[in-house]
Write a protein that binds this ligand. Structure first.
Ligand code: NI
Length: 274
């Protein structure tokens, strides 16, 4: 599919200065509607549950317990019709404008905030989830499949944080059974910028850009479908460590081991929930 979007130099400069960008549309309303149907079906059947790719990002993820923030990693594996979209074609074109011609698609994930109950996704940097032994130049593109508002959990960013080192993180609430991460120190929220979006709009952020979404206090589910793109990683020799990931003991990881999942290659942790 051919891309239909080109960023202006002003948008490119804004991204590099602030670490994020908001776009009013990254695909067509027709594609959003089609993707929403697919999305709801895979969450309905909890696709990927057994191999640890469907889990509760913000809770302890026990069987039979209502999930606070259901997530599916690599949803196109369970619904191939999520691939070959205009969304992805535009995302790749944007990634190449922001990161250079070597940027490629690195993975997709889906985060569902149930109506009236979905938990907040606390402030974090995506890179805090990843392999600490690599250098990254990457972006995540976050597209809501309905309107995204302050009330239902639109994206919020801390401008300038893309230039920070990775700050200390921990599992949400300090509970190592929880996959999701939060910063240990509170973030200065007075500097936060929210990006409400129409369905099919998008935000773009870098691997170190600090971001947050609130709980869903509305009467409709908040669906976000996220694509990752990156330039090739390079190895680090400084022995960087992310102890918050080493400390995790999640039910998701247990299911993955029990299923003997072939997803154990290191690259997968790159997509492990952001
Ligand atoms: Ni994230």
């Amino acid at each position: 599919m051919q891309p239909t979007i080109i960023l202006t130099q002003k948008q490119i400069d804004f991204f590099h200065q602030n670490g994020y960008l908001c776009l009013g549309a990254i695909t067509t309303p027709e594609e959003v509607e089609r993707l929403r149907g697919v999305y709801d079906r895979i969450f309905e059947r909890r696709a990927g549950r057994e191999e640890g790719n469907q889990f509760d990002l913000a809770g302890s993820d026990e069987e039979g317990k209502e999930a606070a923030l259901p997530q599916i990693l690599g949803p196109r594996k369970y619904a191939p019709e999520l691939a070959d979209t205009l969304y992805e074609a535009n995302g790749l074109a944007i990634a190449r404008q922001l990161l250079g011609p070597g940027a490629v698609f690195t993975g997709d994930h889906a985060i569902f905030k149930p109506a009236g109950s979905g938990a907040a996704t606390p402030w974090h940097q995506d890179e805090a989830y990843w392999d600490p032994n690599l250098n990254y130049r990457s972006i995540s593109i976050w597209m809501p499949l309905q309107e995204a508002t302050l009330e239902n959990g639109c994206m919020q960013f801390l401008p300038g944080s893309q230039d920070w080192e990775i700050v200390p993180h921990r599992s949400i609430g300090g509970d190592t059974r929880v996959h999701g991460l939060e910063t240990v120190e509170p973030v200065d929220e007075s500097r936060a910028v929210a990006c409400p979006l129409p369905p099919g709009g998008a935000t773009i952020h870098g691997s170190r850009t600090m971001h947050y979404t609130s709980a869903n206090r509305s009467s409709v589910p908040r669906r976000a479908y996220i694509l990752g793109f990156g330039a090739p990683t390079t190895p680090r020799a400084d022995g960087r460590r992310f102890p918050w990931n080493e400390a995790k003991r999640t039910a998701r990881e247990e299911r993955r081991r029990a299923a003997g999942s072939s997803d154990a290659e290191p690259g997968v942790s790159v997509k492990a929930a952001m």
